[in-house]
Design a protein around this ligand. Structure first.
Ligand code: FE2
Length: 195
């Protein structure tokens, strides 16, 4: 069994996995099925990460950090902006050049968000929050992420493109949030769309 991990370690591991996906996506081109499939996986991983941050990272930022509300509001706004790009990427009829442009935009925005968290916010968190609290939040964040659809291995048969599986007219971003938060509670953890 893995030893307990603190919140910064758990979120940094997500960032590492997301950065790996971005790098893999950048070497692919056009609208080939593998590229679209990896983009679906990127959207799932990014939304799963965002839900964990909104549940366990931003609340402690608001509570403990100087100007915490300002920092958390900015980060939530960046999540909302990214998910708008993801929703546009989900469209199955997107021409290849438009898809490439949106994908680059998503990757640039996500990398900027990750660098800001790692270089500015994580050090503040370590300064203002006790190691015990960070450990407890890390374990909670890990269980919050569990259960979302995971990433397959290259040897596994390719599943159908996830954004093309329409369920009740709901797109991939909402489906991942529904899966993790429960139907109708998809945005209840964020400050941008309170219940
Ligand atoms: Fe993050």
């Amino acid at each position: 069994m893995k030893p307990p991990e603190d919140l910064i370690t758990v979120l940094a591991e997500d960032h590492r996995e997301l950065n790996q996906l971005f790098t893999e996506l950048e070497v692919l081109s056009g609208g080939e099925p593998l590229r679209r499939s990896l983009t679906d996986q990127m959207i799932i991983e990014a939304v799963r990460h965002a839900v964990a941050e909104e549940a366990y990272f931003y609340p402690v930022i608001r509570e403990r950090l100087p100007d915490g509300d300002l920092i958390a509001d900015g980060a939530c706004g960046e999540h909302a902006h990214l998910e708008q790009i993801f929703k546009r990427l989900e469209r199955p009829d997107l021409p290849d050049d438009r898809f490439s442009l949106l994908l680059s935009w998503a990757i640039i925005s996500a990398r900027r968000h990750i660098v800001d968290e790692e270089e500015r916010i994580f050090p503040l968190l370590a300064m203002y929050v006790s190691p015990e609290t960070l450990l407890s939040l890390g374990e909670k964040a890990k269980s919050a992420k569990a259960g979302a659809p995971g990433r397959g291995t290259p040897s596994e048969p390719q599943p159908p493109l996830l954004h093309t599986i329409i369920k009740g007219g709901i797109g991939l971003v909402e489906r991942v949030r529904d899966h993790l938060c429960g139907p109708g509670r998809a945005y209840s953890l964020t400050s941008r769309d309170p219940e």
